[in-house]
Design a protein around this ligand. Structure first.
Ligand code: ADP
Ligand code: MG
Length: 300
């Protein structure tokens, strides 16, 4: 492409709220065959909140009783030391209950899994199923049916274990972006292969995918695995665009042919990407690919 035509496409993109780091990215964008999207903060708003709290074998409503406050207080005391969006949801829940948090005696973050520590003298494990297995947590089938039905609703179950025994499940949900379905539909209509790539569990990821019309789902992946999936897609012959917002998407954004970050995402993601969508709106995706193709056609 000529420098002139690249400048024109960069200018047009800017008008749509798409910031382009290098002009070459628009050339590559015109050839994209496969679009891989992160879930939380990309397809969803990235503002998760606690919707259900299940204790022991029974289910309590979210605003009932002391037992839940005691639980949320301990969990949030630990989660205040995690930067994960799910952690923020649990800390906000404690704040809205006006609970004063403890300072944990110890804590360790497990990226893509959860957090383990000691709060008020108690050993606490908070995170996904992988983390519970890793920590050999028992009583895992106590809330199994409830967990399945929450996940099928697109909610993320966070398991809470005390002294190695499952005590509670906290369900967290993040609303879809209002234009998610429309944006995915436009991508599919333009003939692109669309894949959801998520660190969340399979059931939750599949439920969200179904709502926005994505048929191909890769779930339960750690950040390095997200990157490996991008590399594998490229070696299978796809020209891959990766869309993400989180620290955990950064390696995948770097490895993709075109990395696209959400403007309201983390700084690391923005720095790792070729394009940034300032508005965080997903519908800009299809427009960006059309603009890229149109500019490249003009050049030839
Ligand atoms: P995502 O692609 O959903 O952003 P991550 O790799 O960041 O995925 O996390 C994967 C999963 O690990 C989350 O869906 C959650 O179940 C669990 N997890 C990660 N961090 C935490 C945390 N601080 N507290 C509880 N669960 C966590
Ligand atoms: Mg994300």
């Amino acid at each position: 492409a000529t420098p002139m035509s690249i400048m024109v496409s960069v200018g047009r993109a800017a008008k749509m709220g798409v910031l382009i780091k290098n002009g070459e990215a628009m050339q590559t964008a015109s050839k994209v065959s496969c679009v891989v999207l992160d879930k939380t903060g990309t397809i969803t708003l990235g503002r998760p909140s606690v919707t259900d709290i299940l204790l022991g074998s029974g289910r309590d409503s979210i605003d009932s009783g002391d037992a839940i406050d005691v639980l949320i207080k301990s969990v949030a005391s630990l989660e205040q030391h995690s930067e994960h969006p799910l952690a923020d949801a649990m800390v906000s829940e404690a704040k809205s209950r006006k609970l004063d948090l403890f300072e944990p005696e110890a804590f360790t973050n497990y990226q893509g899994k959860g957090i383990v520590g000691v709060v008020d003298g108690q050993n606490l494990v908070v995170g996904n199923m992988e983390l519970m297995k890793m920590q050999s947590v028992s009583n895992m089938d106590a809330l199994e049916d409830e967990v399945i039905s929450l996940a099928e609703m697109g909610k993320t179950p966070v398991f809470v274990a005390l002294y190695g025994v499952l005590k509670a499940v906290i369900a967290i949900t993040d609303p879809l972006k209002p234009d998610a379905l429309e944006a995915i539909t436009a991508l599919k209509r333009s003939g692109k292969r669309v894949i959801l790539l998520s660190g969340d569990n399979h059931k939750t990821a599949n439920a969200v995918a179904r709502e926005v019309g994505i048929e191909e789902v890769i779930a339960g992946v750690l950040p390095e695995q997200k990157q490996q999936h991008i590399i594998d897609l490229k070696s299978s012959g796809e020209i891959v665009a990766m869309v993400g917002d989180g620290i955990n998407d950064a390696p995948a954004l770097v490895s993709a042919d075109v990395g696209i970050a959400m403007g309201d995402g983390t700084q690391v993601a923005i720095e790792s990407a070729d394009l940034t969508f300032l508005s965080g709106r997903l519908s800009v995706l299809a427009d960006t690919f059309s603009l890229a193709s149109a500019s490249m056609r003009n050049i030839k």
